[in-house]
Write a protein that binds this ligand. Structure first.
Ligand SMILES: Cc1ncc(COP(=O)(O)O)c(C=O)c1O
Length: 404
């Protein structure tokens, strides 16, 4: 039986080139990048080259790149490193738990947070961010692409608001990396976090862009690594792997790979939507109230930009978890929500914030495609999904007759 992996937003495999780039740094070039002998200098030079690559990836200066352990650390660093008692923090109710839980912890230290809700499409309206600003607001954090729906947020507009009002702006760009071209100057952010394992790099390594002059306290203190912004012996193979993955991601954005990925996702989505009682979460489709999301200025419905690889679909009269298991048994790996929440019975906080009721949120599945996806993969998934849905619906305890 073929196995098809469609859970790229949870994690991705290393590309062979990434593995090859990392290989020497585990054994021959194992030195500590802080040592002054040859072994250390080889490691130091590799970290320097990786920093240059990441600076191109972010479009920033080398000195503005800080290597760390991944997205959770970057998100925590932005919040714990910038906020003080009495400050106000603005974020959204659809962020990853690395932001939400950090905000909750800061409440104990006298930092109040406003969680801005999305529109039914999954988009955050920059006007709502502006409305939430208070004199004591010090930080705004908004994700680039949502991990569950793929919806891309209007971060440039939010960046403009932050810069006009003198507020620091952090972007959790973990799910945008490799799918959207980065330019931290255009984004207008002071801080941005990414993670290697979401873009075919190794797990446990990531990087932050920290705009020069941003008064951020390091999360980890100790040695003088990373210009005293992140203590701890550098994970040299990880850093080399992250940079290789970033280099390949830049090529993929230029050579049509990401466009092809969007076409494949659209083919998959269109065919699944032919199954009765289905719909997309986070797209320019009628919202929960039966009306398309409106642009309040023009009165027209708006297309919602989405990451090229993600499709989040609801299936009436189904439990998402049951469908995940049924598809797994037929060789397809998908997710019922963010990986961190799979296994939990609570419906997705992202879908609930978008206004789905609990039943529909629980009946939703995320297909997130690797950029290496093939037509044969899509064909396999399209063979098994309709059968699995039909089979489960026949067994469904949910009252029949509600399919539109
Ligand atoms: C949007 C977002 N932010 C942060 C993270 C956490 O990243 P990491 O797994 O590198 O800690 C994830 C991982 O799922 C994510 O999707």
């Amino acid at each position: 039986m073929p196995r098809v992996y469609m859970d790229a937003n949870a994690t991705t495999p290393l590309l062979p080139e990434v593995m090859e780039a990392m290989r020497p740094y585990w054994m021959e070039h194992f030195g500590n990048a802080s040592s002054i002998h040859q072994h250390g200098q080889q490691a130091h030079a590799a970290v320097g080259r990786a920093r240059e690559t990441m600076a191109r990836f972010f479009n920033c200066h080398d000195a503005e790149v800080v290597f760390n352990s991944g997205g959770t650390e970057g998100d925590n660093t932005a919040i714990f490193g910038l906020l003080h008692p009495g400050d106000h923090f603005i974020t959204t109710s659809i962020e990853h738990s690395a932001i939400l839980q950090a905000a909750n912890r800061m409440a104990r230290f006298g930092v109040e947070t406003t969680f801005v809700a999305p529109q039914p499409s999954g988009l955050i309206d920059p006007v709502d961010i502006r409305r939430a600003i208070r004199p004591e607001t010090r930080l705004i954090s908004v994700m680039l692409a949502n991990n569950e729906t793929g919806v891309i947020q209007p971060i440039e507009e939010i960046g403009k608001i932050a810069n006009e009002t003198g507020i620091f702006f952090h972007i959790d760009a973990v799910q945008g990396a490799g799918k959207i071209e980065f330019d931290v100057r255009r984004f207008g952010c002071h801080l941005l976090s990414i993670s290697a394992h979401k873009m075919h790099g190794p797990k446990g390594i990531g990087a932050m862009f920290i705009r020069r002059g941003t008064p951020i306290e390091p999360l980890l203190v100790g040695g003088s690594h990373e210009r005293r912004q992140r203590a701890g012996t550098e994970n040299v193979p990880g850093i080399v792997g992250l940079a290789k993955a970033a280099e390949l991601a830049m090529h993929s954005l230029d050579d049509g790979t990401i466009y092809r990925l969007a076409t494949m996702r659209d083919r998959l989505e269109a065919a699944i939507l032919e199954i009765p009682g289905t719909g997309v979460n986070g797209a320019a489709v009628p919202n929960m109230l039966g009306a398309p999301d409106l642009n309040f200025e023009t009165g027209e419905s708006q297309p919602v930009p989405r990451a090229a690889n993600t499709s989040n679909i609801w299936f009436d009269q189904l439990e998402g978890e049951a469908l995940v298991i049924a598809l797994d048994m037929k060789g397809v790996s998908v997710s019922g929500g963010s990986a961190c929440h799979s296994g939990a019975t609570e419906p997705s906080h992202v879908l609930m914030a978008m206004g789905l009721d609990k039943t529909r949120a629980r009946a939703s599945l995320r297909f997130s495609l690797l950029k290496t996806v093939t037509d044969a993969d899509i064909d396999h998934v399209l063979r098994v999904v309709p059968e699995a849905v039909e089979h489960l619906r026949a067994l469904s305890p949910v009252v029949a007759g509600t399919l539109g």
